[in-house]
Design a protein around this ligand. Structure first.
Ligand SMILES: [Zn+2]
Length: 114
């Protein structure tokens, strides 16, 4: 309990989180790749983020923009914090379902923040 208070003192709801798949309060361990992107969809305990990447096209010797979508687990304690349009970070975890193998770790900035 003291650990969580130290990490995010401004959000008291974080302490009463019963989510087993929460990376902070539950048993979910995070490892692997980390990505940041914009939240484009929000469901119950799941969000979808999108970000751009560049891919080299050899034929034209130029870079093309591609978009990647990632479904990520949204822990109970962060469900009020994260909204559509927010910029967040996700980290890879074990596959939680067919689509979800990432979990939300932090919110970088809100939709109305600069
Ligand atoms: Zn939690």
């Amino acid at each position: 309990m003291k650990e969580t208070e130290k990490r995010k003192p401004e959000v008291p709801e974080r302490t009463n989180c019963n989510d087993i798949n929460c990376p902070i309060h539950g048993a979910l361990s995070l490892r692997g790749r980390t990505f940041s992107g914009k939240v484009i969809k929000k469901f119950h305990k799941r969000i979808v983020i999108e970000f751009e990447r560049t891919v080299y096209v050899r034929k034209y010797e130029r870079y093309a923009k591609m978009k990647t979508k990632i479904h990520a687990r949204l822990p109970d304690c962060m469900s009020n914090e994260v909204n559509l349009g927010d910029y967040i970070t996700v980290k890879e975890c074990r596959p939680l379902s067919k689509l979800i193998h990432f979990a939300v770790t932090e919110k970088i900035k809100g939709v109305n923040e600069k």
